[in-house]
Unconditional design. Structure first.
Length: 303
């Protein structure tokens, strides 16, 4: 998880060049939730006098069931989507929700809700954490101490596959079209799709590998990670739990399951149960220390 070393004066220096007023809306996708596809408006980013970043997020229900639930939640049958307006404090890793716009057909605003929530810590792995990682400058500690820091791009693109990776993909695809294709072939193809940020293709390759070896926990965990990247959190969780059943001592599947329950499905009590099971098996690694920090933080919030 990146650390944000941003102070007010540093933010002004870094952001004044690219946070300019603009009327156009450009929605860029974020990791969604179970109920919503989520995006942020690149041109809504503004720097406040307090050194926070203003940001609009757009929430579109994934289906009619989700839309109906949202309509009931916001008490308006005409509901089709909504916008949320946040202030994000990069240096404190905290955020506050100020406004919610409820939209109907043709994105007509039905009503505006004044929220004005207090500034609260951003949960690691949450939707707001994903947004903050996209828009907050991340300063390199060594460069900062030397006074030569530069911000990451606000909307950094995923690097395309290298020529070597493309050649490897083509080579593996040719093998899969022959009788020489093995478990290792499909697994390697899935892994390179994983590494080159092609989750849908990785999922398909892993399916072929799992057809040959259904209880391979490495494949189950990797495919689960790809399902999570596509926003299909229930399938991701099914993979991680399947890996746990195949190997009750598999630490990766326990960590992943807890992470999805906590930060994607907002089921903190269930996540705590899984994380505590993790610590019974392993308590001294760096990951175990992170798991313990999750338990200390969210366990206290439920007391």
């Amino acid at each position: 998880m990146p650390r944000f070393f941003c102070q007010f004066c540093v933010l002004i220096t870094l952001l004044c060049g690219y946070l300019q007023s603009a009327h156009a809306v450009q929605w860029l996708a974020l990791n969604g939730t179970v109920r919503y596809k989520v995006a942020y408006d690149e041109h809504s980013i503004r720097l406040t006098p307090l050194g926070r970043l203003e940001l609009w997020l757009r929430f579109i229900p994934r289906g009619e069931t989700e839309r109906t639930l949202a309509a009931a939640e916001y008490k308006d049958k005409r509901y089709r989507s909504h916008l949320e307006f946040y202030e994000i404090d990069c240096s404190e890793q905290a955020a506050m929700l100020n406004l919610i716009d409820i939209l109907g057909t043709s994105r007509t605003r039905l009503k505006r809700l004044q929220v004005g929530s207090p500034l609260e810590q951003i949960l690691p792995g949450s939707l707001l954490d994903n947004a903050a990682q996209r828009i907050c400058p991340v300063l390199d500690e060594d460069a900062e101490s030397a006074g030569e820091s530069e911000p990451d791009s606000v909307t950094a693109d995923v690097l395309p596959p290298s020529s070597e990776q493309l050649q490897q993909i083509e080579h593996l695809k040719k093998i899969t079209e022959t009788k020489e294709a093995t478990l290792a072939t499909w697994k390697e193809l899935g892994n390179i799709y994983f590494d080159t940020n092609q989750p849908e293709l990785a999922i398909k390759a892993y399916d072929r590998a799992l057809a040959l070896q259904p209880d391979d926990t490495d494949i189950l965990n990797d495919q689960g990670a790809m399902y999570r990247q596509t926003g299909d959190f229930n399938k991701a969780l099914a993979n991680f739990e399947r890996a746990s059943r195949a190997d009750p001592n598999n630490l990766e599947s326990l960590y992943n399951s807890g992470y999805v329950y906590a930060f994607d499905l907002n089921n903190i009590p269930k996540a705590l149960v899984i994380w505590r099971r993790y610590l019974v098996l392993e308590s001294k690694s760096e990951t175990a220390r992170q798991v313990k920090s999750f338990i200390d933080l969210y366990g206290k919030q439920l007391e």
